[in-house]
Design a protein around this ligand. Structure first.
Ligand SMILES: Nc1ncnc2c1ncn2[C@@H]1O[C@H](COP(=O)(O)OP(=O)(O)OP(=O)(O)O)[C@@H](O)[C@H]1O
Ligand SMILES: [Mg+2]
Length: 409
């Protein structure tokens, strides 16, 4: 137990001195995991590991797929999409809502040339497959910013992220991170966001050993999050990587960040099913149904709501793609699952089929325990039952969710 608590505090403890803090005009080497990855030169971060990348925009980033998935040799072919085709909007493969928002192929924003001179770096925040993220200040007015420098290899993704957030930011008071600037730092695109002051990622607030959100906060925050999804979906945009670490929360504000793998919805277009993060992947993605739609985001946010309410983190915890599906079937039952596969003519292998047979639907009430009892109500169970529906065309939409009784009481 002591070990678990220590690991938890080491992972989540805040305000510990950060050895990677860098200040204006310092030129320092940052050593991460024994490997020099970046160096600062006149306050410009240079990715030593990316300088030799060729600029192949449409490369699929490696963490687009599960690294730790047993089936990592999975290769998914997507059919080319004809933007001018005639489409029957009643086709079962087409979304039930916002089918035709995007009329023609969208060319993402061109990111202009520029440099760091308007900003000073404060702190190293993170370093992933796609990007190197730091907080800083804008020198003209001192406001807090987050600088996300994306590897040159993923320029196309950066342009899409900028384009999508730019469109979402047209609407005020929506729980979406605000993009305030962007520029090309040599071949690396940099997106500049307004910093959400004193924020943490949502994992920190809902992780069961820490959990500090009360029911009022849960309602307020999730209403804002579902409203954010509603606005995004209404604009024809799917986030595709909704997870607790892509949501930031301060005392009174919550924002969806990291629109790095987001995409525009087109009817009958095929999308990659290994996008996003396994624990939050919807059943249609887990069975590799490529004509999915906005409903995948609703599933992902619903899974996070369930983990918040039941203090079970994550709510569906699979070890790999097929095991993730099994965890879902163990709760939602086998019968509806096989009906869903039949309806959409989805074939699954015999061995997997055998593993998924024989489960009854489990009542969500069975997850109530002494730890979470005060957070569970008939309204939230009703909402989760409407989200945890295999058939994505029958799943409640974000627009319907914001009207749900759970948020009215
Ligand atoms: N506007 C913001 N305000 C405060 N912190 C932010 C903001 N935007 C991003 N962050 C912090 O930076 C981290 C990384 O941002 P983001 O998720 O956009 O980049 P990423 O390269 O996709 O990172 P990862 O690979 O960790 O998901 C976030 O988890 C969050 O802690
Ligand atoms: Mg992220």
């Amino acid at each position: 137990m002591f070990l678990i608590i220590s690991i938890f505090f080491l992972t989540f403890a805040k305000d510990s001195p950060d050895p990677n803090d860098a200040f204006l005009n310092q030129s320092i080497a940052v050593v991460l995991g024994g490997q020099q990855k970046h160096y600062y030169d006149n306050n410009i971060v240079v990715h030593s590991s990316t300088t030799n990348y060729e600029n192949k925009y449409q490369d699929v980033p490696s963490n687009y797929f599960d690294d730790d998935d047993e089936t990592s040799d999975f290769v998914e072919q997507l059919s080319p999409y004809d933007y001018n085709q005639e489409i029957d909007l009643n086709d079962l493969r087409v979304s039930r809502i916002y089918q035709n928002v995007n009329k023609k192929e969208i060319m993402p924003l061109i990111i202009p040339e520029g440099n760091m001179s308007n900003y000073a770096v404060k702190k190293y925040l993170g370093d992933g497959t796609f990007a190197f993220v730091q907080s800083g200040i804008r020198l003209t007015d001192g406001i807090g910013v987050v600088l996300k420098q994306i590897k040159s290899k993923y320029l196309w993704w950066a342009r899409m992220e900028a384009h999508i957030i730019d469109q979402l930011n047209e609407e005020k008071n929506v729980s979406v991170v605000r993009l305030i600037d962007m520029y090309m730092n040599n071949t690396s695109p940099v997106l500049v966001f307004q910093e959400l002051q004193n924020s943490k990622t949502l994992d920190y607030r809902i992780y069961s050993l820490y959990h500090d959100l009360n029911l009022e906060e849960i309602k307020r925050f999730y209403l804002q999050l579902f409203y954010g999804l509603y606005v995004s979906h209404k604009k024809g945009i799917m986030h595709l990587d909704i997870k607790p670490s892509n949501i930031i929360v301060s005392d009174d504000e919550i924002q969806i960040i990291d629109w790095g793998v987001s995409d525009f919805y087109y009817p009958l277009k095929e999308y990659r099913t290994r996008v996003g993060t396994r624990h939050y992947r919807a059943p249609e993605q887990l069975i590799h149904y490529k004509n999915y739609d906005y409903a995948v985001d609703v599933w992902a946010l619903g899974s996070i709501l369930a983990s918040t309410i039941f203090k079970k983190y994550p709510f569906f915890k699979g070890k790999n793609n097929d095991d993730q599906l099994l965890q879902v079937v163990r709760v939602l039952g086998s019968k509806d699952f096989f009906m869903f596969c039949e309806k959409y003519n989805i074939k699954i292998g015999q061995e997997l089929q055998r593993r998924l047979e024989g489960y009854e639907r489990k009542a969500l009430e069975s997850y109530i325990n002494e730890e979470n009892r005060e957070l569970v109500s008939p309204e939230v169970i009703d909402l989760l039952n409407k989200i945890f529906v295999y058939d994505h065309r029958m799943r409640i939409s974000a627009e319907e969710i914001v009207q749900h009784e759970f948020f009215r009481r």
